[in-house]
Design a protein around this ligand. Structure first.
Ligand SMILES: *Cc1c(COP(=O)(O)O)cnc(C)c1O
Length: 374
């Protein structure tokens, strides 16, 4: 049995090495390291995959969120609603731009924004909602879109963990994660479902004039070189990463299938363990299992984590400290107890190894180790 890792990038690369090496070599020979042809070609291929009018690549997923908020012209003091159970990047860019992050509670089953508890967070200063499609499954977008429309708010979808996931609306129409709001964002960090070999990110939109604005902001606010119409940033996807992503995009659905196969195995074994809650499968979304996240009851989470570590099984806690209890993001009116579900999740969630190269023997070993612990 291979050594168990949270993500096995080495064996994933080995399987597509000739194609990747060829793509890299082509860039090295051309020396078009910045804005080479692969960047546009990848953007077009991803736009086709997502069925969205424009994909604008940038340097990472955090920049993508920041550029989205800059492009929508939010002003200091404007309020942005985001889930309190998420990665820090979302709150960080809001704070950096002088906007006000407003935390909202998630649902314990879906781990994503609870539409039923969102409207109470809306004030006259609210300008946007940022749903995060956490762990690989879409947030419940239909009610969120209704609320946004009713209050004239933008939706910026953080699809960094769910690229490729499908959301099904009540009229049976289907859309990809990141293509339902005003702007969608993603990250190509190596461990993400579509990961490059360094940093990368992108924004998606159906609105062509907004796409033009995003493109300008990502490139120093210029359309014509040395003519700066907007205050921008320098945020590019480099050509080597784009060339790698062009190859890997072809495998994205296969990668999701492989992750689903591992999840189905875990589900089958762990559904029999009463102290363990397996991930909920939302009726409205497919799951691409960026993470396979259990909830462990009875205060046993940390002991189980340690037990698995001793058996050579790595696990991770996403996320151990909720945003409203982080030193940098504390708010006067939101002490411990304010977000009971998120606070409980921070004590109970445990993500198991899941990636595109899981072996049956590894899955069996992990399943056995968990079953034997209880
Ligand atoms: C990874 C991630 C980001 C940030 O992406 P980077 O490319 O690391 O900047 C943002 N939001 C979520 C939910 C993420 O998982």
């Amino acid at each position: 049995m291979e050594k168990i890792q949270m993500v096995d990038l080495h064996r994933q690369y080995a399987r597509i090495k000739p194609e990747i090496d060829h793509a890299i070599e082509k860039v090295l020979t051309s020396t078009a390291f910045i804005q080479g042809p692969d960047v546009q070609e990848f953007a077009q291929a991803l736009a086709g995959y997502l069925d969205v009018r424009a994909v604008i690549p940038c340097a990472n997923g955090t920049d993508a969120l920041q550029i989205a908020m800059m492009a929508l012209g939010f002003r200091p003091g404007d309020e942005i609603i985001l889930p309190v159970h998420t990665y820090v990047a979302t709150a960080e860019v809001i704070a950096l731009l002088g906007l006000t992050p407003v935390f909202a509670e998630v649902r314990a089953d879906s781990f994503t924004l609870d539409p039923a508890r969102l409207e109470e967070k809306i004030t006259p200063r609210t300008v946007a909602i940022v749903p995060v499609h956490l762990y690989g499954q879409c947030a419940d977008m239909e009610p969120l879109l209704h609320i946004a429309q009713k209050h004239n708010l933008h939706i910026i979808e953080d699809a960094a963990q769910a690229l490729g996931a499908d959301y099904t609306f009540s009229d049976k129409s289907v859309k990809k994660a990141g293509t339902m709001g005003t702007i969608g964002t993603t990250s190509f960090f190596p461990s993400k479902n579509l990961g490059c070999y360094g940093d990368g990110g992108a924004l998606f939109t159906h609105d062509e004039s907004l796409a033009a604005r995003i493109k300008m902001i990502a490139n120093h606010g210029q359309q014509v070189k040395y003519h700066h119409d907007l205050v921008g940033v320098n945020s590019r996807l480099d050509t080597l990463q784009a060339a790698i992503l062009r190859v890997k995009l072809q495998y994205l659905d296969d990668y999701a299938r492989r992750r689903n196969d591992a999840a189905v195995f875990y589900d089958r074994v762990l559904a029999r363990v009463p102290q363990v809650t397996i991930p909920w499968r939302a009726p409205y979304s497919t799951h691409v299992y960026h993470q396979y996240t259990l909830q462990i009851g009875e205060g046993k989470r940390d002991a189980l984590k340690q037990h698995l570590e001793q058996q050579g099984i790595p696990t991770m806690i996403y996320y151990p400290v909720p945003l409203h209890l982080q030193k940098a993001y504390r708010q006067a009116d939101a002490g411990p107890g304010t977000f009971a579900i998120t606070e409980k999740l921070s004590q109970t969630v445990l993500s198991l190894p899941i990636h595109t190269e899981m072996e049956a023997s590894q899955l069996e070993y992990i399943g056995d180790a968990i079953t034997r612990f209880f």
